[in-house]
Write a protein that binds this ligand. Structure first.
Ligand code: NDP
Length: 290
């Protein structure tokens, strides 16, 4: 069997094009959608993430306010930066790239962002609104996974979705969204306390891996014909490459021979996360207009 590739690169570009049209329309009304992107320190992976986000914003005709702060920025200094961005009417969204240096309490920083500018949907109020199905942003990676499933008509209603990983940014919010009536899935959430992981993954009509461990999902753990969504982005050392590493997901690529739908890494969930971030920024700017 050969799996249908869930092509996040192509769908992501389509979404970014539609955001560009909306950004142009709102610009005609005098508003330039703007995301403040805050990076503290010089972690190379974080730097590469923020650079791609900033590039995508600019390409979509939106403004990216890039704030690069030194590693030794104190928590109080960062809170002052957030307070300024909250007050700035020209800024519609605020993103603080995770992880922040260890001496800064990330929860305090996220809680300081105004929920109406919290385009990552990490603030406790945003998370509460999402669970209660009240208006607000949806978190970018889970939102991107849902958009991919919808685009490729993967049957979700009544499906058994097994998610491996219960993080606040992927597993937990995705599980919450999938149990909404509009998706109507039955969800099992697995983690390090799960006994016999394979027993659960084998039951999945849709299997989502959000673990952060290369190739942890093997073909023998996947039901024939299942949809497999690989959220993982892992850097594996590879001296033969100029960068010295290669990027791979949490799913062994051999799984593609067995499943019905498959997301590549790179080119699957990653580009969708950026596209949904742009969508949240344009929505934030449109709300301001209203
Ligand atoms: P976290 O480290 O926050 O969470 C990992 C989760 O996996 C935890 O819930 C952990 O369980 C679980 N886990 C770890 N090992 C096992 C195991 N052996 N068996 C079962 N469960 C296990 O990671 P994130 O959610 O932040 O990220 C996960 C991956 O997704 C990473 O590779 C990250 O880079 C990638 N990512 C990709 C994005 C994208 O845009 N494509 C966006 C965000 C993340 P426990 O809770 O018990 O510790």
């Amino acid at each position: 069997m050969s799996a249908t590739i869930l092509d996040g690169k192509t769908l992501g570009l389509k979404i970014r094009e539609s955001v560009k049209v909306r950004a142009a329309a709102i610009k005609d009304k005098g508003i330039i959608p703007c995301l403040a992107v805050v990076l503290v320190g010089e972690d190379p992976a974080s730097l590469s993430y923020v650079t791609s986000k900033e590039k995508a914003l600019t390409e979509a005709g939106m403004e990216s306010l890039d704030l690069r702060l030194p590693e030794n920025t104190s928590e109080e200094q960062l809170l002052l930066v957030i307070a300024d961005l909250n007050k700035n009417d020209k800024v519609h969204g605020i993103l603080v790239q995770s992880p922040v240096p260890k001496h800064i309490n990330e929860e305090r920083i996220i809680a300081a962002i105004l929920p109406e500018k919290d385009v990552d949907c990490f603030h406790p109020v945003s998370v509460g609104n999402m669970i209660l199905e009240r208006p607000g942003f949806l978190p970018c990676t889970p939102y991107g996974v849902l958009a991919l499933l919808r685009e490729y008509n993967v049957p979700v209603s009544g499906a058994h979705v097994v998610i491996v990983g219960r993080s606040n940014i992927v597993g937990k919010p995705l599980a919450n969204l999938l149990i909404r009536r509009e998706y109507n899935a039955t969800v099992t959430l697995c983690h390090t306390g799960t006994k016999n992981l394979e027993y659960h993954t084998l039951q999945a009509d849709i299997l989502v891996a959000a673990v952060g461990k290369p190739d942890i999902i093997k073909p023998e753990m996947v039901k024939e014909g299942a949809a497999v969504i690989d959220v993982g982005i892992n850097r594996v050392p590879d001296a033969s490459l100029p960068k010295g590493y290669r990027v791979c997901g949490d799913v062994d690529p051999a799984v593609a021979q067995k499943c019905g739908f498959f997301t590549p890494v790179p080119g699957g969930v990653g580009p969708m996360t950026i596209a949904m971030l742009l969508q949240n920024v344009i929505e934030a700017a449109e709300w301001r207009l209203k």
